[in-house]
Design a protein around this ligand. Structure first.
Ligand code: GLT
Ligand code: MN
Ligand code: MN
Length: 402
């Protein structure tokens, strides 16, 4: 492990207006920069990064936060004394390098005990252990200052449909989250839960596969006000969905508690690529949504660098995620400052105001006026919507021509 960042990365991390700063609220998981490149076909390609140096490196790069699973920091078989020493040293590093732990989570998928899932495993002993492990991990997260606690389903799902009752599985998931909400309340913690959907992988089908499924489920919980979403770019793209629309729905419902930023080449295995490395236009509209619609939470990168890279590549990757976010932020600013685009948008949304007053809700009056109204639908059908022009202007903004 190198003691500090390679010189060219140190220079680049501070070079220009896109350089990440603490107020940008960028965070990474220990498991993201710490990803060692093992995949189902090949072994580790990079050495272990120790959590203390990771805190230092990320801080030097301009990141604000570092997130973790319980076992990213404390090995699953650590004694209490070992656990306390590790946590103490980590807290010291956080304070030395001015870093926060905004979010924490539980690893409920790595150990073989979780091969059939955790909260939805058919074996009650595994479900009970999953609750116990999560309570302990919540205590750790709170001790480190986390305000958000993430639940990614991991292995909650099936390969063999015959083996599990899908309705019962949902009830078990609900029971677990209700139990843990009550635990947080009883402990007096101010922690919010953020549920992270994923359609498949590692199971062939995961329960609660998309933002929409998860959102509906939240409202069936005992404490829906404590529970929101942690949507991930790659996961919605795996399901072939429009991530921006999913995030907009969560945001509009007041449920965007956290976000996992990365990138993905369409519906295939979960790639967790560097933010903005693939879907340039979708990334632009995502940053536009987050920046303009009042999302104030962490900009968390749940991504990892290509398997081809050595440790320098890890820091290239991390800096790239943050710089790209800031570059898109600047593009978004240009879009909203572009007089031609704004004039076009105004014209587009203007339309015939005659009927505008009838659209603000049902009253006996609006109802009868609307029933009697005469519409020249052939004239209405003739208008053009200038979307070609507008979209081209958006492309020109993104490509740096405006
Ligand atoms: C795992 C997964 C991610 C989740 C993390 C939180 S762990 O890497 O692929 O999408 O966000 O448990
Ligand atoms: Mn994720
Ligand atoms: Mn992913």
């Amino acid at each position: 492990m190198t003691a500090s960042l390679p010189p060219q990365i140190q220079r680049e991390s501070k070079s220009d207006q896109y350089a990440p700063r603490k107020e940008d609220k960028f965070s990474f998981g220990l498991w993201t920069v710490g990803n060692r490149g093992r995949d189902p076909f090949g072994d580790f390609v990079r050495p272990t990064l120790n959590p203390i140096s990771t805190v230092k490196m990320l801080s030097q790069l301009g990141a604000w936060g570092i997130n973790l699973h319980d076992n990213d920091l404390v090995p699953i078989d650590a004694t209490l004394a070992q656990r306390n020493r590790i946590v103490h040293e980590f807290k010291q590093a956080l304070s030395d390098y001015g870093m926060l732990v905004p979010m924490a989570t539980t690893n409920l998928f790595f150990h073989p005990v979780f091969k059939d899932g955790a909260f939805t495993c058919v074996d009650p002993a595994v479900r009970a252990f999953a609750l116990q492990k999560t309570m302990t991990a919540i205590d750790l997260g709170v001790e480190l200052g986390a305000a958000t606690y993430v639940f990614w389903g991991g292995r909650e799902g099936v390969d063999a449909e015959a083996g599990k009752d899908a309705v019962l599985a949902l009830k078990r998931m609900r029971d677990a989250l209700n139990f843990l909400c009550q635990y947080v309340i009883d402990k007096g913690y101010t922690l919010r839960f953020a549920l992270e959907p994923k359609p498949n992988e590692p199971r062939s089908d995961t329960y609660l596969p998309t933002i929409g499924h998860m959102l509906a489920f939240i409202y069936t919980l005992d404490h829906p006000e404590m529970v929101g979403l942690n949507p991930e770019v790659a996961h919605e793209h795996m399901a072939g969905l429009n991530f921006v629309h999913g995030v907009a729905q969560a945001l509009e419902a007041g449920k965007l508690f956290h976000i996992d930023l990365n990138d993905q080449k369409g519906p295939r295995y979960d790639q967790d690529f560097r933010f903005g490395s693939e879907n340039i236009k979708a990334t632009f509209f995502l940053v536009k949504l987050l920046e303009e619609k009042g999302y104030t939470g962490p900009r968390h990168f749940d991504a990892h660098c290509y398997r081809t890279e050595d440790e320098a590549g890890v820091w290239d990757f991390a800096l790239g995620c943050m710089r790209t976010y800031n570059m898109f932020k600047e593009k978004v600013r240009r879009f909203s400052a572009d007089t031609e685009i704004q004039a076009l948008l105004q014209e587009l949304n203007g339309g015939d105001q005659t009927y505008g007053g009838l659209l603000s809700g049902y009253t006996a009056e609006t109802m009868s006026k609307l029933k009697e109204a005469k519409f020249d639908i052939n004239r209405l059908a003739q208008r053009g919507y200038y979307y070609e022009r507008l979209d081209q202007l958006a492309v020109e903004i993104i490509l740096g021509l405006r």
